[in-house]
Design a protein around this ligand. Structure first.
Ligand code: UDP
Length: 376
């Protein structure tokens, strides 16, 4: 019996992992991407002028507590030890981020112990907020007004183009609050950056027998009948020709600048004041501390509403968008041979490790029952 023919729309992590898993099982696979490169927004590229490995669509630091995902990605490249340590510029002073004992002692000019700091922050917190719903309520409940206004309010207004009173508490819950000097941005068991970049990993995932890669080639509905099954990781609203309107995203602009030596001494510095137009500055050579470069590349990053021709980054996911998404999911469920995957296919903010875990799971489900694969 001939093997099923598969189309993968989108050569980011979702598409690449599914391609790799299914090609190992002998499937013939055509992979399409609208862009001229693979790896989606994780794309990395060595800058010709400086030799620095640049995270073209902004910083990507790999972290996971999922053992299977960690083992899996390590099959494709060596992950170099890396801990994301972010600094924050507030009012022209530099603080440690995420908020930890150092930040609290720096900000309030104190030398508190962990216990003293926890007790002190309790006096700042608004305990009348029993069940925080909004970003602002979450911040006021756990760190109080001074730290909220200094570190979160301005940055969040710039990042989301909305006031924290309009955003859900879940966004702030992504950040830890610590009463010790641990300034690791993440709590994950494993953290690292691939020695040869993310694009190298995706290229290796796709370099399999029976896999054909079609770059700069959009996958369209008319192509569906040529395949037994399609895995679509493009924007779900686009698949349905925006029948229920465009799902809102934030996009990012990067203003690149090349300099000599060391520009800021750290990979990422956040600019929390609203008076500064950018949200953060990334200095790419610091993402690869095992390399040595004379020159340096920095990105000043700004966030804005995503227009029709812009690259979508952050799904907004407020009440109106979730309603819109529900009607797209209803449409998706009517598809017979298309499965929607990944950040754009399911309109969720997904870290790389979550994308990979989900793609491994989708692959397993498909291989177990190729005719019973649901759309969503
Ligand atoms: N945030 C902030 N100040 C900072 C860092 C983060 O206000 O210095 C807020 C901001 O709203 C951001 C959220 O916390 O979207 C979650 O932070 P994370 O680092 O996960 O940001 P993202 O991945 O969204 O860029």
């Amino acid at each position: 019996m001939p093997k099923k023919k598969i189309a993968i729309a989108g050569a980011g992590f979702s598409g690449a992992v599914i391609t790799h898993q299914l090609s190992q099982a002998g499937y013939e696979i055509d992979v399409f991407d609208t862009r001229g490169h693979v790896a989606g927004n994780c794309h990395t590229e060595r800058d010709a002028d400086t030799g620095v490995m640049v995270h073209v669509y902004g910083p990507h630091i790999f972290h996971t507590s999922n053992e299977e995902v960690w083992r899996y990605v390590n099959e494709f490249d060596e992950f170099m030890p890396y801990i994301n340590r972010v600094k924050a510029n507030v009012g022209g002073k530099i603080y440690s981020m995420p908020i930890n004992l150092h930040t609290i002692n720096q900000f309030f000019g104190k030398a508190l112990s962990p216990k003293e700091a926890a007790a002190f922050v309790t006096t700042l917190a608004d305990e009348s907020i029993a069940d925080p719903q909004t970003f602002e309520e979450q911040a006021l409940r756990f760190v109080g007004r001074d730290l909220y206004e200094a570190f979160f309010r301005g940055y969040t207004r710039k990042q989301w183009g909305m006031d924290p009173t309009e955003l859900p508490a879940s966004i702030l819950k992504r950040l830890p609050l610590r009463f010790n000097y641990d300034d690791n941005y993440y709590n994950s068991r494993h953290q690292g950056i691939p020695k040869n970049g993310y694009t190298h990993i995706v290229e290796k995932m796709l370099d399999m027998p029976g896999v054909k890669l079609h770059l700069s080639t959009p996958f369209t509905r008319e192509m569906v009948p040529s395949y037994d099954h399609v895995f679509y990781s493009g924007p779900i609203d686009k698949w349905f020709d925006f029948a229920d309107g465009r799902l809102a995203y934030r996009t990012l602009d990067f203003e690149a600048h090349t300099d000599n030596g060391d520009f800021q001494g750290n990979a990422v510095i956040n600019y929390c004041d609203e008076s500064v137009p950018w949200t953060r500055i990334s200095e790419h050579k610091h993402f690869a501390p095992w390399e040595s470069h004379e020159k340096t590349v920095i990105f000043r990053e700004r966030s804005r509403v995503c227009g029709e021709d812009d690259i979508p980054y952050y799904p907004i996911r407020l009440v109106a968008e979730m309603k819109q998404l529900a009607s797209y999911v209803d449409l998706a469920r009517q598809e017979q041979s298309v499965t929607f995957v990944g950040r754009l296919g399911t309109y969720r903010y997904l870290d790389m490790h979550v994308t990979i875990a989900e793609a491994l799971d989708v692959s397993r489900r498909f291989l177990a029952d190729p005719d019973g694969m649901p759309a969503f």
